[in-house]
Write a protein that binds this ligand. Structure first.
Ligand code: MN
Ligand code: MN
Length: 459
């Protein structure tokens, strides 16, 4: 099988490896939607991006961003042509499946004297993959005085990690008879956080292990137990993104769905020259739970940003906003399922995505007869083929597995509902939604090149 690796030999290999190294570093430092937005803004500022609200009039070449509540982000490079002629948009999501800490999470198991944090999982996971893993806690605690404390425990080498236990094989006779879906119950994803009781002279005091954990949290973060009520804490696999394979050709990391497309899309918009059509990169939250809410793609925040931009370029008129949306073209930058030689039965080989064969275009996604899909128009795909070929970008087309094997969706249909042309275009990964997903460095680089070519040349 021919792969992209054949073109990246000799001197051409170094940029591929260097890009992946940058990606691994970025991913290791930004595992949640908030951290992704924070670090993306930092990179954008280095390249001259400014908050849209700080700019009075927009002109070609201006670089601006809109930060939506610290959880989603739109970046724009203003093009030479008027906004009403449409934008070239890349849209990726920065949330990933994980275990969210409940609002009232901390308890002590009386019989064992162990303290736990109760969780509610976020997104589609195989629950059995998340036990016996080193987990880190990331997030924020918002206090009543208006201050917000950032929390990261478990990433520094000297930090402790936490985790969810599984029953030993010796006593798993009943569990092993259950289906994989039932082997671990969602309500049982409880994170063990402590076992030392608080030292106190108060003989009446109960739950001393829990009390001791609260003392530690108070010392380190100044938080009280009630502050969990207004916190967003996420348990994610602890540790850094790593090279994978004896030849270091792949990346092994948590959260590559969809931070792999988020990073390549971000780098594409940071690295382009002044484009003809205004370039846009959306990094959005809540895709894994259906894109609802004010930080999800179904929120009006994106349309509002376009309206603000129109108002900063010409006399505001709602029709100009509608036209800008209608004339836009979009790549829904989201991951594809890489063909699995270990599980060939769920793939149809002709219409599968292969690691190392470049960016993947999914004309449609959906399930059970394309239900819920965005089905990209043939004419749009023809234009895309030309942009990719003109820029010598390797691409492949695929479906998400065999017909009726399952299915899935992305943010594609939401933007398409705004009347623009949209297609799913992303990087293939193995182990999607598990604690550690695998991608090809060649595809990461090719994805970045594809996104740049799209921003520059799509008409
Ligand atoms: Mn995704
Ligand atoms: Mn996903």
């Amino acid at each position: 099988m021919k792969t992209v690796w054949e073109k990246y030999t000799g001197k051409k290999l170094q940029p591929v490896m260097d890009f992946a190294k940058d990606y691994e570093a970025f991913l290791s430092g930004a595992k949640t939607e908030r951290e992704q937005v924070r670090d993306s803004i930092a990179l954008a500022k280095e390249k001259g991006f400014r908050p849209l609200e700080k700019v009075e009039k927009l002109k070609a070449g201006d670089k601006v961003y809109v930060d939506n509540r610290g959880k989603s982000l739109c970046l724009f490079v203003i093009g030479k042509r008027p906004l009403e002629e449409g934008l070239n948009i890349l849209g990726a999501h920065v949330d990933s499946p994980r275990l969210d800490i409940k609002q009232v999470p901390l308890y002590e198991d009386g019989g064992s004297g162990l303290a736990y944090l109760d969780t509610h999982y976020y997104g589609g996971i195989k629950k059995y993959q998340w036990v016996t893993q080193p987990l880190a806690l990331h997030g924020v605690v918002a206090r009543k005085d208006g201050s917000v404390v950032d929390v990261v425990i478990g990433e520094d080498e000297n930090d402790p990690v936490v985790g969810v236990s599984d029953i030993l094989i010796h006593l798993a006779a009943t569990q092993m008879k259950k289906t994989a879906a039932e082997a671990i119950d969602g309500e049982d994803l409880n994170i063990l956080v402590g076992s030392i009781p608080l030292k106190t002279k108060d003989k009446e005091m109960k739950d001393l292990v829990k009390a001791n954990i609260l003392e530690i949290l108070k010392k380190k973060y100044g938080m009280e137990e009630d502050d969990f009520l207004s916190a967003e804490l996420e348990a994610v696999p602890a540790g850094k993104a790593r090279d994978y394979g004896l030849d270091r050709s792949m990346v092994f990391a948590y959260g590559q769905d969809d931070k792999i497309c988020a990073y390549t899309s971000l780098r594409a918009i940071l690295d382009i020259e002044v484009p003809e059509r205004t370039a846009c990169c959306i990094l959005v939250d809540k895709e894994e739970v259906g894109s609802q809410g004010n930080t999800g793609m179904q929120s009006r925040f994106f349309e509002n940003a376009i309206a603000e931009m129109i108002a900063k370029t010409t006399d505001y008129n709602d029709l100009l906003v509608r036209r800008a949306l209608r004339n836009s073209k979009m790549l829904s930058s989201d991951v594809s399922a890489a063909y699995e030689p270990n599980f060939p039965s769920v793939f149809e080989p002709k219409n599968s995505a292969y690691m190392g064969k470049g960016i993947v275009f999914n004309k449609y996604t959906g399930a059970r007869g394309k239900s819920g899909c965005n089905d990209a128009n043939a004419e749009y795909i023809a234009k895309l083929r030309k942009v990719m070929d003109d820029n010598k970008v390797a691409f492949q087309t695929a479906e998400l597995g065999k017909v009726d094997a399952g299915g899935g969706g992305t943010i594609a249909y939401i933007l398409a509902n705004l009347d623009m042309d949209v297609i799913d275009a992303g990087i293939a990964v193995q182990n999607m939604h598990s604690c550690y997903e695998v991608s090809s460095k060649a595809d990461i680089y090719e994805g970045y090149r594809a996104y740049k070519a799209f921003l520059k040349d799509m008409n």
